[in-house]
Design a protein around this ligand. Sequence first.
Ligand SMILES: [Zn+2]
Length: 287
Amino acid sequence: MVQHNTHFSQYRVSEIMRTARKRANLSQATVAAKLAITQGALSKMEHGQITPSAPQWFEFCRLAGISPDSLLLGYLESNRPIQLEEGLLETGYRMEDRFLKQRGLKVRALLPWANALKEKLGPDAFFQACKARGIDGDIFLDHDFQVNILVHLELIQMAKENGLEIGHLPALFPTSADRALATTGNSIQDFINFERTNTLDFAFKVGTSSPSSSEITIEPAEHLKKLRNWKPEKVGNGICQQFKQTLREAFRQNGEEVVAIHDEECLFEGNGKCCSYRIEKRPARSA
Ligand SMILES: [Zn+2]
């Protein structure tokens, strides 16, 4: 059993090295030569069997273009703004082409799914399950990497097959760092702004609001129509449930408790062109 619950574990160094090398589209041979080690030694580093020395680690970071702090974070993140990516990809990730068209979604937006699955299956089985679906499991450590919504659909499918309660996934919510960037003082608006930095697939619109109810609609973006396999009704309501979970959290942070969320019109049930929610709420009782 591999222990990986400390920041400096070999397991984490190895994952970061493997992901960063693929992200930079460098071969093992190239990196090994620059570090003056054999390719076999590099392979062992990438699989947690040996640890790089400090000079090797810093040289590796320079080569792969990552911050040495990545080791403390446990993932790669540059926080660049999202924009729709359509061109061919120059990375070493092993991804089927169908996931790399109309890339409007940052991997960060998929973390609630990926992390829940990783926890349920264990890291190695999760990686194998991804591989079987044509997805490189290492992308989930590269939070700025962009894929299309078909990766999301595969994760939903995996979640269902593994008996994960989709409605109980943690909400992806702005961290304190994200909040410091653009705080409006309104958690709903902060959440919507945050969503825009992670996915271009949906547009959230806030409608009329009163102390007891709010209306929010979610429109799918035009570019999704170009994706042949994007059939919302096939997803079931996995994405819809995640939206609802996140909205509950957003209202909670605004000091309001969601009593019920009604789907006035639901894209994911196959009827209608958007999700339109009517949210019943009340002031949260203080603890
Ligand atoms: Zn819905």
